[in-house]
Design a protein around this ligand. Structure first.
Ligand SMILES: NC(=O)c1ccc[n+]([C@@H]2O[C@H](COP(=O)([O-])OP(=O)(O)OC[C@H]3O[C@@H](n4cnc5c(N)ncnc54)[C@H](OP(=O)(O)O)[C@@H]3O)[C@@H](O)[C@H]2O)c1
Length: 225
């Protein structure tokens, strides 16, 4: 997505797995396996096609992901965490990765002792402004990544981060895996702000992988009201 006044550009792919009812987890904060083996491998292939991969700190706290590429050949993308208050645990799998330490976007107001501890563990702390609700400014995050040589970013969740990217419209591609279950759980899209939806996918590519359906397309945004 081109950012006004900036030469550098980060192409953003949103990717998530959901049940047939739109739930991305059995309940918010609970790690939930939705995809089968074939679509998980496809997700890892997609990861390897991006320079960086981003999640919110909510996902770090609940799922403790590694965000690497284990189920497909290729290089692992640089892990990025949106974490205004630097709540990422020192003992998390991402901080513990020996190959690539995460870059963590934080607010200027984050506690200096948390910053020092995470930096001592090898993390890179990057700054971005926050809105009135304390959410990091996504355009600033993308500008910071572009300045650091990142050209493509895969955003994997969780719910609050997916909705924030949809709301910002800083998204070039959407890849959704539909698993064959009704979870009755955490559906972040029903909580989207007015004006963010509907989002249609133009010319979607539809694949069946095992029992899952993967829909891959370019978002078309609603006209401003
Ligand atoms: N099915 C899937 O594909 C999938 C993928 C990933 C996660 N999940 C599930 O999603 C759930 C976690 O989602 P979640 O919504 O609780 O957390 P999340 O989206 O992972 O993280 C949200 C947190 O990120 C921080 N943040 C900073 N800037 C933000 C911004 N501009 N917009 C939004 N958040 C920002 C905020 O914490 P601070 O204020 O502290 O910065 C916010 O509370 C878990 O149940 C997990 O299993 C599912």
């Amino acid at each position: 997505m081109r950012i006004a006044g900036e030469e550098a550009r980060v192409s953003v792919t949103l990717s998530w797995a959901q049940g047939l009812d739109g739930s991305i987890a059995a309940r918010r904060g609970q790690r939930t396996r939705i995809s089968g083996e074939a679509s998980l491998a496809a997700t890892h292939r997609l990861r390897s096609e991006h320079d960086a991969i981003l999640v919110g700190v909510g996902t770090v706290l609940s799922d403790d992901p590694r965000l690497d590429v284990r189920r497909a050949p290729g290089a692992s993308p640089q892990p990025i965490i949106l974490d205004a208050g630097l709540r990422t645990p020192l003992g998390s799998a991402l901080v513990g990765r020996a190959d690539q330490k995460p870059w963590i976007f934080a607010a200027a107001s984050a506690a200096p002792e948390r910053r020092a501890a995470l930096e001592a563990a090898g993390c890179r702390i990057m700054s971005a402004g926050v809105d009135a609700a304390g959410r990091l400014d996504l355009a600033e995050v993308l500008a910071g990544l572009a300045d650091s040589g990142i050209a493509s970013l895969m955003v994997e969740g969780g719910g609050a981060v997916l909705v924030a990217f949809l709301e910002s419209r800083l998204v070039d591609r959407i890849v959704v895996t539909l698993g064959p279950s009704l979870l009755g759980g955490y559906n972040p899209f029903t909580r989207g702000p007015a004006g963010a939806f509907p989002v249609d996918l133009d010319d979607p590519l539809i694949s069946v992988l095992g029992a899952d359906v993967v829909i891959d397309g370019v978002p078309r945004w609603p006209a401003p009201s």
